[in-house]
Design a protein around this ligand. Structure first.
Ligand SMILES: Cc1cc2nc3c(=O)[nH]c(=O)nc-3n(C[C@H](O)[C@H](O)[C@H](O)COP(=O)(O)OP(=O)(O)OC[C@H]3O[C@@H](n4cnc5c(N)ncnc54)[C@H](O)[C@@H]3O)c2cc1C
Length: 432
């Protein structure tokens, strides 16, 4: 036996992407149901945030609460590339008011976001497992079936938003995804409580490891350092063939990392977690009756801590596109197509740059130069370009000003204009 209920939008998953799209659509006056498999607070990896998220956090009214609860993050410190010396980039270098982001305990952050969606008017059901997507066989999604407390419930809705993270509950049925085989990685991580403050103590530390892979160091608080080792599946398989297990591999990485030097007697028995870290990009972010945001739409290696920013940014775009489509069904295709193209551009910029950066044999200036090329609309300076790209600040205007009924290809037109202006300035300078 099951009951049947109707909503404008049902959101599968109450992580940061789901609570953003669900909360904003409820705020806009739509009937929204968020279904979350777990009971919050629940553990999640993905602890370091970037400043590109701040405008959305302002929109959601959460900045003060984030400042109160979480460690400020001032930038990124790197040991990467040919340069002997470590180097760093400060969020404040991108100009503007976004000078810090946060290092968060995700169980707490995600609960805050989900509670906020509730207070904006979304109905939230936890421990609600979506196990069927209605209409998926016929090509138009019309709702979902979920189980809660042993009962089966059926929901009919105009749209189903897939925000189920790597589970890709709807997207896996409705679209293909392109797995990025050169970014087929595994992450192993743990938490350490005895470490000395790192040089720039509010930065995330990102370090290339000799022999392959990279490590993160995220100071969650004065006595909790999150440390992870990201390495390729091939590297891990080869190590396993030589009898080297995950723990040993992690400890080897730790031993050769400079972050480890800040630790007082790193606990070799530390509890370790592991996750697949395989970048992918869905062929479509929407289709008849459905939309995908966050990791359900695409996932990129966490080298620049971009996951939560990308996920919530897509959710912010999707909320405005779905609001337009719900108010005027004739505008649906235009609005969702605009959402797809702006969102896809964010992923493509980060993906191509992560791919370029993963080669640790370049010089710092080369990394900076390439970042500036990607963000050239925003800045002429490679140093500013680097932090603008990896913090998401370079895309803030696209996000804040997003108009689902706007013009297609606006970004391309503006980029072309900026390129022409740059070429003219260079020609003029050369002629002097
Ligand atoms: C090793 C690693 C390190 C990372 N580090 C960072 C970092 O430092 N900074 C950063 O920004 N990002 C990082 N990320 C990425 C980040 O974790 C994700 O991008 C982010 O959590 C995506 O948010 P989301 O809301 O899309 O999905 P999620 O946060 O995964 O939320 C999805 C939710 O859907 C629920 N769900 C799933 N299936 C169902 C179902 N059938 N029914 C109901 N509910 C369901 C799940 O329980 C979950 O709560 C990292 C990722 C990895 C793998």
């Amino acid at each position: 036996m099951s009951d049947i209920q109707n909503f404008d939008v049902v959101v599968v998953g109450g992580g940061p992407a789901g609570s953003t799209v669900g909360g904003l659509l409820a705020k806009a006056g739509h009937q929204v149901l968020i279904l979350e498999r777990e009971r919050f607070p629940r553990y999640h990896i993905g602890e370091s945030l970037v400043t590109g998220m701040t405008p959305l956090m302002e929109e959601l009214g959460l900045v003060e609460e984030l400042d109160r609860r979480f460690q400020h993050k001032s930038g990124i410190s790197l040991r990467w590339g040919q340069d002997e010396q470590p180097w760093r980039s400060d969020f404040s270098a991108a100009g503007g008011t976004y000078t810090h982001a946060w290092h968060v305990t995700r169980s707490e952050f995600d609960e805050l976001m989900l509670d906020n969606a509730r207070s904006l008017g979304a109905t939230v059901v936890e421990e609600a497992h979506v196990n069927e997507v209605l209409g998926a066989d016929g090509g138009t999604v019309t709702g979902v079936v979920y189980t809660h407390g042993g009962q089966r419930h059926e929901i009919r809705s105009r749209y189903v938003v897939d925000a189920s993270g790597q589970a890709r509950t709807v997207a896996r049925k409705m679209t293909e995804t392109k797995w990025q085989d050169d970014l087929r990685n595994v992450a192993v991580w743990g938490y350490f409580d005895t470490y000395a403050p790192i040089e720039n103590e509010n930065d995330i530390l990102v370090e290339a490891i000799e022999g392959g892979g990279w490590m993160w160091g995220i100071p969650l608080s004065k006595d909790k350092l999150s440390m992870g080792y990201v390495l390729s599946v091939e590297q891990m398989t080869a190590a396993a063939r030589d009898g080297v297990g995950q723990r040993q591999l992690f400890l080897q990485g730790l031993a050769s990392s400079s972050i480890a030097k800040t630790m007082v007697d790193a606990d070799t028995e530390v509890e370790l977690s592991t996750a697949r870290d395989w970048s992918h990009l869905s062929d479509a972010f929407y289709g008849p009756g459905w939309v995908a945001v966050g990791d359900a739409a695409a996932f990129i290696d966490p080298l620049f801590s971009s996951g939560v920013w990308l996920g919530t940014s897509g959710a912010w775009l999707a909320a405005r596109a779905l609001d337009a489509a719900l108010k005027s069904p004739a505008d649906e295709e235009h609005a969702l197509q605009r959402f797809d193209s702006v969102y896809r551009q964010l992923f493509n910029d980060i993906l191509s740059y992560v791919r370029f950066f993963m080669d640790p044999s370049r010089r710092r200036e080369e990394y900076m130069q390439r970042a500036q090329e990607v963000t050239q609309m925003y800045t002429q300076s490679s140093r500013v370009g680097f932090i603008a790209l990896i913090s998401g600040v370079g895309a803030v205007a696209d996000l804040v000003d997003f108009d689902p009924m706007g013009m297609d290809g606006l970004r391309e037109i503006l980029t072309e204009r900026a390129q022409k202006a740059k070429a003219r300035a260079e020609t003029a300078a050369a002629a002097l």
